[in-house]
Design a protein around this ligand. Structure first.
Ligand code: NAD
Ligand code: UDP
Length: 322
């Protein structure tokens, strides 16, 4: 039986946030979801709307906020390159000013605070797989820097608030995560390939498709969030959360075509600037300290995600009948 807590989730209307809110409510907690609606929507939490312990607050984390909570999960930030590059200055502000505002809140209210950091802090890594001790290889002024450096600065702030003011912090470095409720148009590789396959459009591989990523199914990741937040104080931070299964984009395309039974052909488009060539988490720390490891293999997670997009596209009548 879990202790009942009042928990603030910033970015709670987004892809990961909506699953986190659902998981916290299922354990009997009270959830205040703070979101600016920049990339999130009420639709993602439509099934929670009438839950008596769920509250939505429209608020931008770049502005200080005053809420009483026992714990804070800070997820607010656009995560997909096409979203975070629309207004890069705002992306930096969201990560940096958002971290300062929420850390100040945690300091005032003595609440524990969790940061959704990212594998992007490793940039285009020269160490493979990436352990937490690796400092990364990041371009400080490229088109991805607003996100990567914003998240790196947020980590700096978390550690400084911990060292300087004793704030109780948790930092998860999240690797590519996929699942239902991803935005169909956010340009992410998993949603792009699935939507393209289901609508009979060409599958767009950027570059030669030999770059790799490691994809974690969303519910596995949320289990990791919860384990990290609930872990005893003194845990070594930060903690990588991701699925170590590593795939090239060519392999991913082949798998999506196979699972959808699509007749889409593959086309190659130019590789975006600073696109990391490889990425795979070393999850030794998460496994040893949290007892966490992902359980859902890519083919199974993809089947569930395909079923979600299939339903969504059928509703909007965009699904191509093979
Ligand atoms: P998402 O875009 O679906 O959700 C982000 C949410 O934050 C949205 O609801 C958006 O409206 C909200 N938001 C953005 N700016 C805000 C602001 N200034 N104030 C208040 N709310 C704001 O993205 P996601 O995939 O759910 O990612 C959630 C978090 O996890 C992000 O911090 C992201 O950087 C991190 N992350 C995600 C992944 C992934 O694979 N999805 C990987 C690494 C890290
Ligand atoms: N990618 C691709 N086709 C697409 C979208 C993305 O080949 O339609 C590639 C992209 O260049 C990158 C990988 O897939 O190498 C993962 O891209 P995504 O934007 O999903 O995540 P990130 O680059 O942030 O890890």
């Amino acid at each position: 039986m879990h202790e009942h807590k009042r928990i603030l989730v910033t970015g709670g209307l987004g892809f990961l946030g909506s699953f986190l809110c659902e998981s916290l409510l299922a354990d009997g907690h009270e959830v205040i979801c703070v979101d600016s609606f920049q990339t999130g929507s009420r639709e993602n939490v439509a099934h929670l709307r009438d839950h008596p312990s769920f509250e939505i607050m429209r608020h931008d984390v770049t502005v200080p906020l005053h809420v009483e909570a026992d714990e804070i999960f800070n997820l607010a930030c656009p995560a997909s390159p096409i979203h975070y590059q629309v207004d890069p200055v705002k992306t930096v502000k969201t990560s940096v000013m958002g971290a300062i505002n929420l850390l100040d809140l945690a300091r005032r209210t003595k609440s524990k605070i969790f940061q959704a950091s990212t594998s992007e802090v490793y940039g285009d890594p020269k160490v493979h797989p990436q352990p937490e001790g690796y400092w990364g290889h990041v371009n400080p002024n490229g088109p991805r820097s607003c996100y990567d450096e914003g998240k790196r600065c947020a980590e700096t702030l978390f550690f400084d608030y911990h060292r300087q003011y004793g704030v109780n912090i948790r930092i998860a470095r999240i690797f590519n995560t996929y699942g239902p409720r991803m935005h169909p148009n956010d340009g992410r590789v998993v949603s792009n390939f699935i939507v393209q396959a289901l609508t009979g459009k060409p599958i767009t591989i950027y570059g030669d498709g030999t770059q790799t990523r490691s994809f974690c199914y969303v519910t596995d990741l949320i289990r990791g969030f919860r384990a990290l937040m609930d872990a005893p104080d003194g845990i070594e931070l930060p903690v990588n959360l991701g699925n170590p299964g590593e795939f090239t984009m060519l392999e991913l395309a082949t798998l999506v075509i196979e699972l959808t039974g699509s007749r889409s052909r593959v086309v190659h488009l130019p590789l975006p600037k600073d696109d990391p060539t490889q990425r795979k988490p070393d999850i030794t720390r998460a496994t040893e300290t949290l007892g966490w490891k992902p359980e859902i293999p890519l083919f199974e997670g993809l089947q569930r995600t395909i079923a979600h997009f299939d339903q969504l596209l059928s509703r909007t009548q965009k699904r191509a009948v093979p």
